[in-house]
Design a protein around this ligand. Structure first.
Ligand SMILES: Nc1ncnc2c1ncn2[C@@H]1O[C@H](COP(=O)(O)OP(=O)(O)O)[C@@H](O)[C@H]1O
Ligand SMILES: CC(C)(COP(=O)(O)O)[C@@H](O)C(=O)NCCC(=O)O
Ligand SMILES: [K+]
Length: 245
């Protein structure tokens, strides 16, 4: 049995294709029509759409399959959600928490999701999602400095060799390297600070890293970190199974 889940973020819409509960393919789609043909091509029997950007209903309506639209606060999830405003909670944050609780049952887990925004989200061993933090993501930091100043250039997010620690010295010696150090080394320092605070409160804490910029933080986060690029997709699939049952 094939099931498809879609995670529409503020930068990219990522899908996961599950065959008999195993993730067999992932990818990106750009339009509702592309999603609809994917559902058709894969012969999906079940589909779920979650969004923190484009209206999920419009994407779901394109598909020929009956599609679950995941709405935090309304859609049942296999976690207790203690967020004070569950209706305004990002679907990707709750899905990542569900994925973390599934991968590490009975553990206190901090999810670090490095996407458009940098999110930290806490799930405790008793299966409760509590909340966390939302901060500007890497590309957003660079774009914001350009947008809100007169003299700072618009810098693309470095990738590959240009994103290694060696290529990003702590002390920038020109405008570009100073901005990159502030935006990127600063983000790493910030996340390390946040993770350290959580580890102090929960000494047995497991830390799971995901999101489009997970590779950047993988080598920079101190302490043991599980890297699970498909965490949100795994969580969305669990939510789909939970609601189909
Ligand atoms: N080629 C790229 N295009 C856009 N963003 C990229 C690219 N490579 C890395 N990124 C980073 O990935 C982030 C998006 O990650 P992702 O987890 O897909 O975000 P979201 O779920 O918010 O859509 C961007 O903010 C950016 O920092
Ligand atoms: C915090 C977010 C903007 C993150 O979006 P993303 O970086 O995944 O594109 C999204 O989860 C969202 O819109 N949340 C709503 C507010 C909340 O979670 O409380
Ligand atoms: K996301």
């Amino acid at each position: 049995m094939t099931a498809l889940v879609l995670d529409i973020g503020n930068t990219a819409a990522k899908y996961g294709c599950f065959q008999d509960h195993l993730l067999v393919a992932t990818g990106v789609v750009t339009t509702p029509a592309e999603w609809a043909s994917l559902v058709l091509d894969k012969g999906a029997a079940q589909a779920l759409v979650a969004s923190v950007a484009a209206p999920a209903d419009e994407w779901a309506a394109q598909a020929t399959m009956p599609t679950v639209v995941f709405r935090p606060g309304s859609t049942p999830v296999p976690l207790h959600n203690a967020y004070a405003t569950p209706q305004t909670l990002g679907a990707d944050r709750l899905a990542a928490a569900v994925g973390a609780a599934y991968l590490l049952p009975g553990r206190n887990v901090l999810v670090v999701d490095a996407g458009t925004c940098l999110k930290c989200d806490l799930v405790t061993a008793d299966g409760t999602y509590h909340g966390g933090s939302i901060a500007p993501g890497l590309r957003m930091r660079l774009q914001a400095m350009h947008a809100f100043t007169g003299r700072l250039p618009e810098l693309p997010l470095p990738t590959g060799a240009a994103a290694t620690a060696d290529a990003l010295p702590l002390m920038g010696t020109d405008t570009r390297s100073a901005m990159l150090s502030g935006a990127l080394n600063g983000a790493a320092a910030e996340l390390n600070g946040v993770v350290t605070e959580y580890r102090t409160q929960f000494p047995d804490l497991a830390v799971v890293l995901t999101g489009g910029d997970a590779a950047f933080f993988e080598s920079r986060l101190k302490g043991r970190t599980f890297v699970v690029p498909e965490l949100v997709l795994l969580g969305l699939h669990h939510i789909l199974v939970h609601n189909a049952a």
